[in-house]
Design a protein around this ligand. Structure first.
Ligand SMILES: C[S@@+](CC[C@H](N)C(=O)[O-])C[C@H]1O[C@@H](n2cnc3c(N)ncnc32)[C@H](O)[C@@H]1O
Length: 276
């Protein structure tokens, strides 16, 4: 039985980075498509209370959302994220997970599919989203779900955000990237990954680069230097099939500011934004 609980990490630097980009890309897709079919393969439970035994344990949110809430710059992606969070959370007593954010951004023309494998998280997600009528919550393996429903006739906006508790999750990402031509040509994907060790991360990225995928953007936000401590050194995103030219420039500006507000050591690498 796997033990990952997103509540321990909710609102940390990785969530902030991922959710800013998710909101930016979803809003951009909305400009071109009246109706979006959206899949979140690894949903979590949607609502994370600051006062709870999970978020309270390591207080990771203090180095994520609580830092960025003090943002004083003019980056439109960050400002828009903070504005949306304010509207969504009202009293600011919880951090919203990806399904809660997207349910609030969506219109009734959008159809949202949320996969969550673990029973407790699934039940909480159902409870937390019970006001929304354009959603379907599925107690299943998100990778298997993608395999079942995806083909080149359909177009989806997909968030793939595994916990990477098992190395297998990295293999499954390779496998998805190997199948873009046969299954994902019409779909857009945002894939999150952790940087646990910079050398291993370089190998992961190099393996992806070698696949020669067209239109694959990679953005990485290192937070800690390469010390021996366990845990996240930073995180990265892979954007597949997002065509707008301005994305690269917007992400570069975003990461410049996130680096200033979120980095936890002075000798950390610079953020990266590039086509792979
Ligand atoms: C990183 S969390 C998701 C966070 C969420 N996407 C967000 O941004 O708020 C990963 C979630 O995936 C669930 N999970 C783990 N393996 C899974 C699988 N194979 N299919 C679906 N869900 C899975 C975990 O229980 C956990 O809730």
């Amino acid at each position: 039985m796997l033990s990952y609980k997103h509540g321990f990490h909710a609102g940390n630097h990785a969530d902030v980075f991922k959710h800013i980009v998710l909101i930016y890309l979803y809003n951009m897709a909305k400009k071109y498509h009246k109706s979006i079919s959206y899949i979140d393969t690894h949903s979590g439970n949607g609502i994370y209370k600051y006062i709870s035994r999970y978020m309270d344990k390591n207080k990771e949110y203090k180095y994520g959302i609580k830092k960025i809430e003090k943002y004083e710059g003019n980056n439109i992606l960050i400002l828009n994220y903070l504005k949306k969070l304010k509207i969504i959370t009202k009293n600011n007593n919880f951090y919203p997970g990806s399904p809660f954010i997207i349910s609030n951004l969506s219109t009734n023309l959008d159809k949202l599919f949320f996969c969550e494998l673990h029973n407790n998280e699934f039940s909480s997600l159902k409870k937390n989203l019970n006001n929304f009528t354009n959603i379907k919550i599925i107690n299943t393996d998100g990778f298997n779900y993608l395999d079942k429903v995806l083909n080149n006739d359909k177009s989806f906006f997909i968030l793939i955000d595994p916990s990477y508790e098992i190395k297998d999750d990295f293999e499954k990402i390779y496998n998805i990237l190997d199948n873009i031509e046969s299954k994902f040509l019409k779909s857009k994907m945002l894939i999150w990954y952790p940087i646990l060790n910079y050398n291993e991360n370089d190998i992961f990225i190099e393996n992806i680069r070698k696949k020669g995928i067209s239109n694959l953007i990679n953005a990485e936000l290192p937070i800690n230097s390469n010390n021996d401590d366990l845990g996240l050194k930073g995180s990265g995103l892979l954007l597949v099939n997002f065509n707008e030219n301005k994305i690269l420039k917007d992400l570069k500006l975003l990461l410049k500011d996130l680096n200033v507000y979120l980095k936890q050591s002075d000798d950390v690498y610079n953020p990266k934004v590039r086509y792979l």
